[in-house]
Write a protein that binds this ligand. Structure first.
Ligand code: SAM
Length: 277
């Protein structure tokens, strides 16, 4: 039986061109803070199920044709609705843990008369997936990498090993890749993109049995590290500057900072510097 977080409290605030959503689930969990810069795009277009953000458009490109998709954390349901409208997938489940986005997804589905093909379910993570759905692809997008990892971990029993995972973490890519590797998932495709001044990564993974990545591959992404394209290099150039500034201020802090924190950051700065050299 799916665990339903009926008590999830969601506060949505409109700040300039982006929503910041804080979902506080009253299940002993820390508040989940998510950034949603998808209200409009750089060209001022309204984003919806017909006009996806570039980020969701790139996610859509990794969903196999004819898939039976579970879009977990679907919010407004734009991704599954857009894919069905285009005839790109066979059916979808749109899973949502919070009532307001769940209702928004229901509305998008009904306004597009897609109820026979898209089931909107109020459920925590992969609990939205039922055995009879015969899901072949799972998308988890626009959440922190640790949240995506925790959802996969908690719902592992619902992962058949046959489904392609299309993941778009907002940060926390390293712990997410670590979970994928530890659970036998190979990264089969990776992308980095920049939209509305945010850097996004898309990680596509499939079950492969035994997988092994170096610490640097887990940090940068094994395929991104190999390809080193211009968007990737520009992202890490910016990150290097930010991390160097943080490291300097930690080293000059008047109050003592935990040494492991400083060492961890110093190692990241070393890795990025070496990678960009
Ligand atoms: N996936 C959409 C996208 O990428 O545009 C929406 C992203 S929105 C920032 C994240 C959504 O994930 C929120 O609507 C939130 O309620 C939902 N969410 C967070 N944790 C979840 C969980 N454990 N199960 C299902 N949905 C979850």
């Amino acid at each position: 039986m799916p665990t339903i977080w009926r008590e999830a409290a969601v506060n949505i605030e409109l700040r300039s061109n982006k929503f910041e959503m804080t979902a506080i689930a009253r299940q002993n969990r820390a508040p989940i803070r998510m950034q949603m810069p998808d209200v409009g795009d750089e060209k001022g277009r309204e984003l919806n199920e017909q006009t996806l953000s570039m980020r969701l458009e790139r996610v859509a490109a990794h969903v196999p044709a004819g898939a039976r998709l579970a879009d977990i954390g679907s919010d407004h349901g734009y991704l599954p609705v857009a894919l069905l409208r285009r005839g790109a997938i066979e059916m979808a489940v749109a899973g949502e843990v919070a009532m307001t986005p769940y209702r928004a997804a229901e509305r998008t589905v009904s306004e597009n008369d897609l109820q026979p093909w898209i089931s909107v379910r109020l459920a925590d993570g992969l609990a939205a997936i039922e055995a009879g759905d015969r899901i072949t692809a799972i998308s988890l997008c626009g959440m922190g990498g640790e949240t995506i990892r925790d959802i996969l971990k908690a719902g592992k029993a619902r992962l058949s090993g046959e489904q392609r995972l299309v993941l778009q973490p907002n940060g926390g890519e390293q712990p997410l890749r670590l979970w994928l590797m530890s659970n036998g998932y190979r990264v089969v495709c990776e992308e980095v993109l920049r939209e509305n001044r945010f850097d996004y990564e898309i990680i596509v993974a499939e079950f492969a049995g035994t997988v092994s990545y170096t610490p640097q591959e887990l940090y940068f992404g094994p395929l991104l590290l190999q390809a080193r394209n211009a968007v990737f290099l520009a992202k890490w150039q910016r990150r290097l500057g930010q991390k160097q500034r943080t490291l300097n201020s930690l080293r000059q802090a008047s109050k003592p900072v935990p040494e492991d924190k400083v060492q961890d950051l110093a190692q990241q700065v070393r890795w990025i510097t070496e990678m960009l050299a």
